[in-house]
Design a protein around this ligand. Structure first.
Ligand code: AQP
Length: 326
């Protein structure tokens, strides 16, 4: 039986944080390890150029994220791991999709509106979801493990697939976003915003040292009152810490609430810091080891890129034929 295909990307914009891990990477690794999917996971370096960046830092950021993905459990023996810009079919298909994507659909994207408000606006930021649709379509993916901030983009990919298929005949699979139990990890310094690499003050990175984790968690914004209670509306800070801790410890949120009944936030936060530290200790160790040998990391991704190219080129040829290019 043909396996379903899972595709997802991660931007090399900084060190991976626990939001990336819990919202996407952990889910991607689980799909990979289930043995039921052919998985394609890649570093979306082209997407990352839509934000502010320094050329001299980009190479290191790509390496950082590549090592982070491997350390977190993505396995080149089970998944095709590659770098987006090494597979030119992504941008080529992206262009074709640009020509059938309505401006109105793109203008509704909340991530675009949010980013255009807080950073220098550029056309790439606007057409980002079109390139993302190309990323997904090239591998005929039916599932896309992502955080819920990407749901609207995956929904748009479905719309683009339907539009293309309607006009040129069945070509693209309509993908579906799939989530972990923590599809949106909030920032520690502002629990109203999602944790983002581009807002590092509220992030715990996957390789933060234990003392750094402790300091960040102890100073995380919590809420008035002192009860450790799950209530995302009135207690977003505490609820965020409860969700993180539940996902990493395997304990139910109710179990954690009971454990901290009558106790203060300080005691709860010490526990949270310890859970995070223990969970990420082996990942931190593996990542440090991988970064000692950057050539080996790049070689893994180069081999994956060669494999991805073969598949992507075939799909692109099918698309070119459908639209009448020769
Ligand atoms: N806070 C989060 N909670 C759950 N999932 C998250 N993801 C990102 N943040 C959270 C998911 O991680 C995958 C890769 O994300 P990305 O590299 O595209 O973007 P980012 O971490 O959000 O980094 P940026 O781009 O520096 O920050 P912003 O948000 O400012 O653009 C995706 O599946 C994402 O859903």
């Amino acid at each position: 039986m043909q396996k379903q295909i899972s595709v997802s990307g991660i931007q090399p914009t900084g060190t991976l944080h626990i939001g990336n891990y819990l919202g996407m990477l952990k889910g991607a690794v689980d799909l990979q390890n289930s043995g039921q999917y052919d998985c394609f996971y890649f570093i979306v370096d082209l997407h990352s150029l839509t934000g502010e960046f320094k050329a001299e830092e980009k190479r290191q950021q790509i390496l950082e994220v590549a090592a982070g993905c491997l350390a977190a459990g993505l396995d080149p023996k089970q998944s095709t791991l590659f770098i987006q810009s090494h597979v030119p079919a992504h941008t080529e298909l992206g262009w074709i999709l640009n020509t059938i994507t309505p401006m109105g659909e793109l203008s509704r994207m909340t991530q675009y509106k949010d980013k255009a408000d807080r950073m220098e606006n550029n056309v790439g930021l606007f057409t980002y979801p079109v390139l993302m649709a190309a990323d997904i379509f090239l591998y005929n993916a039916s599932v896309v493990p992502v955080g819920d901030d990407q749901d609207q983009h995956v929904e748009l990919a479905r719309t683009i697939a339907r539009k293309f298929n309607g006009r040129f005949g069945q070509t693209f699979v309509e993908p579906k976003a799939v989530h972990t139990t923590t599809p949106r990890v909030m920032s520690l310094d502002n629990p109203e915003r999602k944790m983002s690499k581009s807002l590092p003050a509220g992030c715990i990175f996957i390789d933060d040292a234990p003392e750094v984790i402790k300091k960040k968690v102890m100073s995380a914004v919590t809420d008035s009152g002192s009860e450790v209670k799950y209530d995302p509306t009135n207690k977003p800070g505490v609820s965020n810490l409860l969700e993180i801790t539940s996902a990493l410890s395997g304990k139910e949120i109710l179990e954690l609430e009971i454990l901290f009944t009558g106790k203060q936030y300080g005691e709860f936060k010490s526990y949270v810091a310890q859970v995070i530290t223990d969970y990420f200790a082996p990942i931190r160790e593996r990542k440090a080891k991988l970064l000692k040998n950057p050539e080996k990391v790049l070689k893994i991704f180069a081999a994956g890129s060669a494999k991805a190219n073969k598949i992507a080129e075939k799909k692109l040829a099918e698309v070119y034929e459908k639209v009448g290019l020769i």
